[in-house]
Design a protein around this ligand. Structure first.
Ligand code: AMP
Length: 214
């Protein structure tokens, strides 16, 4: 199963991607996570990407394309994978097609998760993450444990991502509407696009996704 998860920031791609990963036993490749790790580890890719992430802008296609091209031939991807946050521009989608051709594999589905912008802005501004283990919380309906301790790893390092601050959220939406939204048309024309309503219970959305991809 080879999937792309599409949708604006904060729509639930990460959460749904993790559930799909568990069910189908395939890795979830989040380019945002890869870049954040690279920044944390102060690699050359991280240093190149840092400024873009802080400003809510997309990193250059050439940088992210090479990261993905390096990642896909890994042994853990041989039964499939979920791409979360990639491709995000038309040139990235075209590049991905070329990589697939070279690897002689096909994309099975592009799942686009749909939620109104005002609902997402509210979600994102309440999102918090654990700096130690990456667990995601929402201060409205899924807060961390008592005294702000991570329920997953027990550390007390729950933070708001820089790019979840209001001014950056706005910028990320502008970027999504301009650069990423046109990909829906691209994948609709390829017959790969499946749209799913992302405003509801996590498991209900997940079941809808599963019935679309199975
Ligand atoms: P995400 O966690 O997917 O929202 O990604 C966080 C940030 O990483 C984005 O706002 C971009 O700055 C950068 N990023 C992640 N994936 C890509 C991509 N496919 N193309 C360009 N920039 C990306």
């Amino acid at each position: 199963m080879r999937l792309v998860l599409l949708g604006p920031p904060g729509v639930g791609k990460g959460v749904q991607g993790n559930l799909i990963k568990e069910k189908f036993n395939i890795p979830k490749i989040s380019t945002g996570d890869i870049l954040r790790d690279a920044i944390k580890n102060d690699t050359s890719e991280g240093r190149e990407a840092e400024e873009y992430l802080h400003l809510g802008k997309l990193v250059p296609d050439s940088l992210i394309n090479q990261i993905v091209k390096k990642r896909l031939p890994n042994q853990d991807c041989k039964n499939g994978f979920i791409l979360d946050g990639y491709p995000r521009t038309l040139p990235q989608a075209e590049f991905l097609d070329e990589v697939f051709d070279e690897m002689d594999i096909n994309l099975d589905k592009v799942v686009s998760i749909e939620v109104d912008e005002d609902v997402i802005v509210k979600r994102l501004s309440n999102r918090r993450v654990c700096l130690s283990c990456g667990e995601v919380y929402n201060m409205l309906n899924d807060p961390p444990g008592e005294n702000g301790v991570c329920r997953s790893c027990g550390e007390k390092k729950i933070i708001q991502r820089d790019d979840d601050k209001p001014e950056t959220i706005q910028k990320r939406f502008e970027v999504y509407n301009k650069e990423t939204h046109p990909l829906k048309e691209f994948y609709r024309n390829n017959g790969l696009l499946a749209e799913v309503d992302g405003d509801g219970e996590v498991m209900e959305i997940f079941n809808n996704i599963v019935s679309l991809i199975e």
